[in-house]
Design a protein around this ligand. Structure first.
Ligand code: FCA
Length: 333
């Protein structure tokens, strides 16, 4: 059998090579594709939506999806090793800290796993984006600018004077996209006439509602003379925390205008309450694109060697109580 094969291959080298390639291809195609989807805050509605749309991609393309919450570096490293052990070929990740970028890249290389980052762009030790890891995120500054413009327009509609208005920036500056988003909002407010001295920073320790609530309470205590507030942060949870803290001090929809970023369940819950709250709006961003496209791109990379674009920035649309249904339809969600 061996001899026969070798004679055959000697006589027909090209055909044999083609056959060998074919066989290899077939074996490869027959191997089930398995893709991990790792997110830093699995309990946050945004990330649940991303998972939901990644599942749709898995269904459409026919691959297995492994969803893992990675709230810290240790869990993240364990998840990557676990994916390799279960023969995954790649993963999409929103890491708990972008500075873990080098560690992610090394672990993926060691385990021969492909990586795409989503939402938060991974950086190296010098703080530079890791170019070998394709990324899909939002245009943070541009979306922040939309937030600031929406706040300024609503202030104007209510006749609030910039001089009597405080702007509360719920800040999470260690995350570059967080800083870009909130700086974009602050700059847009200043461009609309809000004095720079009226922008107050309230640093949060995590990117969730509770941390934002605590941060906002400290700021409100420090500045009791301010009559009304506009507030913004890196996501809906940040703004929700500020709005709840304001409510705790008797400041309701007529005293607070909050505009978030996201548009998932956190915002929808507010918009469907019978009476308006201080959570005036959100710039809805595309959980569908972030979840579906990153997972589908990873599949194409693994199955057909199609390398994803190095960087994709997705856009957002202002959503309020008034236009929520229309915006959701426009975003396909
Ligand atoms: C970051 C935020 C999330 C979400 C995402 C698009 O990861 O922490 O809340 O806004 O970007």
């Amino acid at each position: 059998m061996n001899i026969k094969t070798s004679i055959w291959t000697r006589r027909l080298p090209a055909a044999a090579a083609a056959l060998a390639l074919c066989t290899l291809g077939a074996v490869h195609a027959a191997e089930p594709v398995k893709i991990g989807f790792l997110v830093k805050q699995a309990e946050e509605p945004w990330f649940q939506d991303e998972w939901k749309y990644a599942e749709q991609a898995a269904h459409d393309k026919g691959f297995a999806l492994v969803k893992i919450g990675v709230p810290n570096g240790e869990k993240m490293m364990a998840a990557i090793d676990n994916l390799a052990a279960q023969k995954a070929q790649g993963f999409v990740i929103c890491a708990p800290d972008v500075k873990l970028g080098g560690a992610v890249a090394r672990a993926a290389k060691r385990q021969s796993l492909k990586v795409i980052s989503v939402d938060d762009r991974l950086v190296d030790g010098a703080g530079k984006p890791i170019s070998g890891i394709p990324h899909m995120g939002i245009s943070g500054y541009a979306i922040g600018t939309q937030v600031g413009q929406a706040l300024a327009a609503e202030m104007k509609a209510r006749g609030w004077k910039p001089a009597d208005t405080g702007a509360l920036r719920i800040a999470y500056d260690q995350l570059p996209t967080g800083r870009e988003r909130t700086m974009g909002a602050a700059d847009a407010l200043k461009a609309a006439g809000l004095p720079a001295a009226n922008v107050y920073d309230a640093p949060q320790t995590k990117t969730d509602t509770e941390s934002a609530y605590n941060a906002a309470n400290i700021a409100f205590t420090k500045h009791p003379a301010i009559k009304h507030w506009v507030t913004f942060g890196l996501n809906d949870e940040a703004v929700m925390g500020a709005v709840r803290a304001a409510e705790g001090r008797g400041m309701r929809a007529d005293a607070v205008i909050g505009v978030g970023i996201g548009g998932s369940k956190t915002a929808m819950n507010e918009f469907t309450k019978p009476a308006a709250t201080g959570f005036f709006g959100t710039v809805m961003i595309s959980a569908r694109r972030h979840g579906y496209e990153t997972a589908a791109n990873m599949y194409e990379w693994i199955a057909h060697n199609k390398v994803p674009p190095a960087e994709t920035q997705t856009a957002g649309i202002l959503m309020t109580r008034a236009n929520q249904a229309k915006v959701r339809a426009e975003m396909g969600q």
